[in-house]
Design a protein around this ligand. Structure first.
Ligand SMILES: O=P(O)(O)OC[C@H]1O[C@H](OP(=O)(O)OP(=O)(O)O)[C@H](O)[C@@H]1O
Ligand code: HPA
Ligand SMILES: [Mg+2]
Length: 180
């Protein structure tokens, strides 16, 4: 396939294999439970669709829209929740599905906010984690890939709303530095 952008740091094949493994693990861990997958849009849409189909137990789907990065490559530090859940998650086993945990602020905000709805459990599953960038300590239960401190795009992740449709993960520019 002709490359649309940049050099893949995680290829389509690596994504496919890892997501299959994650699906297997989650299917085993949640067997017999009342699982609701809560996807964090927009970024998680591609991972969510692939992961949900790799999970082989009954589940419900739901989504929440948040934004904190606006048009830049750095978090504004303020998480804005744009939509509400449509499912009642009280007493259910919620798995929050993220594309990336970077500063950790989005996950921290969402776990606190969803806990108020009294689910039986809440865990966090992310395709990518950038541990070097954490500003808050959050528990992440399932991680697809740990990645270095570079701004990445593709597979759902954007820069100024573009590149989400790349079928692989690429570093944004030659240095990929996010700065401080
Ligand atoms: O750990 P953090 O520093 O909070 O960063 C991670 C969050 O930031 C991105 O969302 P963004 O606000 O860019 O919205 P988007 O999903 O529409 O791209 C990403 O999809 C995560 O939800
Ligand atoms: O590295 C990233 N790329 C795209 N969106 C993001 N949101 C947090 N970190 C990132
Ligand atoms: Mg974004």
């Amino acid at each position: 396939m002709e490359r649309m952008f940049g050099r893949p740091i995680v290829t389509q094949e690596q994504m496919r294999a890892r997501i299959r493994e994650m699906g297997r693990q989650i299917s085993a861990d949640y067997a017999g439970k009342d699982l609701v997958l809560v996807g964090v849009l927009k970024g998680a849409y591609a991972f969510y669709a692939d992961l949900a189909r790799a999970i082989r137990i009954p589940l419900r789907v739901d989504f929440i829209v948040v934004a904190s990065y606006g048009s830049g490559a750095r978090t504004s530090g303020k998480v804005k929740q744009v939509t509400e859940l449509t499912e009642d998650i009280k007493g259910k086993d919620v798995l929050l599905i993220e594309d990336i945990v970077d500063s950790g602020l989005t996950v921290q905000y969402l776990v606190k906010s969803l806990a108020k709805k009294k689910p039986k459990s809440i865990k966090v599953c992310t395709l990518l984690s950038k541990p070097e960038r954490r500003v808050v300590d959050v528990q992440v239960d399932y991680v697809g890939f740990k990645i270095p401190n570079k701004y990445v795009v593709g597979y759902g992740l954007d820069y100024q709303q573009k590149y989400r449709n790349l079928p692989y993960l690429a570093v944004l520019d030659q240095t990929g530095d996010q700065g401080e």
